[in-house]
Write a protein that binds this ligand. Structure first.
Ligand SMILES: [Zn+2]
Length: 282
């Protein structure tokens, strides 16, 4: 990606750079963020495509690629999960700790659209810090299946520092996730008035995370349930080395997969509401 490389001279030994570019002129208050996790290339491809096509925008947009070091190595992170490292510190011992500080600074004042991908679910969904009017209004105009509020589980995420809408674009490393990222970023830019045209409004189911679902150390893991589909009491929903875990109360699985995270299967959520799309006039 072309554009200025801005460098924070926090400490020569701790040089941390972030790739920043812009389309449109003026000071942007909207940003597109990719590559928070280095093993999720879909967002980076969407950003590269935007730069290639360089569309005429009606308000300036900042484009940021976060963790280039991890992207080059095709790993989630170098030292620690960047999306658990906010607010960060210029003198942090970890690459991601310094990067978090640098990013929070770069994105200050920008409504930020951050693209991720997952091992748990193929269809796009949005993740927000709180169910605000802005979040709901924007997310209902995105091609997403649901909006998830992180509730008590936002610690260390970018979402806590900068007004952010995160989107999960699909299965990590898939061509579909890259295509979804492109559709999502365009829908977002249209919804905020940067790109011309209209968006399609959809019914938007809204969930709130209520618990983490731990997994015991084991060699093999299984998940038996579908994300966003209610699990009834008494249903076996996962297993570690064949040992089944049974739902003690009903819940909706979110970001749940056998091997996505080291020590949790994912999250349990409650369904808050379905924000209905306005019915089209005949
Ligand atoms: Zn991610």
């Amino acid at each position: 990606m072309n554009g200025p490389n801005r460098v924070a001279f926090a400490h020569p030994a701790q040089l941390v750079t972030v790739k920043v570019a812009q389309i449109g002129s003026g000071t942007p208050d909207v940003a597109i963020l990719a590559g928070v996790h280095g093993d999720e290339p879909c967002g980076v491809r969407a950003v590269e495509r935007l730069l290639d096509e360089h569309p005429t925008v009606e308000r300036p947009v900042k484009l940021v690629v976060a963790n280039e070091k991890a992207l080059e190595r095709r790993v989630r992170f170098v030292d620690e999960d960047l999306n658990r490292a906010f607010p960060g510190d210029p003198d942090a011992k970890t690459h991601e700790g310094r990067l978090a500080h640098r990013l929070a600074d770069e994105l200050e004042g920008c409504l930020t659209f951050s693209m991720h991908s997952t091992q748990s679910y193929a269809d796009p969904f949005a993740i927000v810090d709180g169910v605000t009017e802005t979040a709901t209004e924007l997310c209902r105009q995105l091609p997403v299946e649901a909006m998830v509020e992180t509730g008590a589980f936002a610690e260390g995420r970018l979402i806590t520092e900068v007004q952010t809408i995160e989107v999960e674009c699909g299965q990590q490393g898939s061509e579909t996730a890259a295509q979804n990222a492109n559709r999502l970023v365009r829908a977002f830019l249209t919804a905020v008035g940067a790109l011309p045209g209209d968006t399609v409004e959809r019914d938007l189911p809204v969930f709130r995370l209520t618990d983490v679902v731990p997994k015991a150390p084991a060699d093999t893991y299984e998940v038996f349930v579908e994300n966003f589909t209610e699990v009834e009491v008494g249903t076996p929903f996962a297993a570690a080395d064949g040992e089944q875990q049974v739902a003690e109360e009903p819940f909706y699985p979110v970001l749940m997969s056998p091997n996505g995270y080291r020590d949790v299967f994912g999250y349990a959520a409650e369904k808050l509401e379905v924000v209905e799309a306005p019915t089209a006039a005949d």
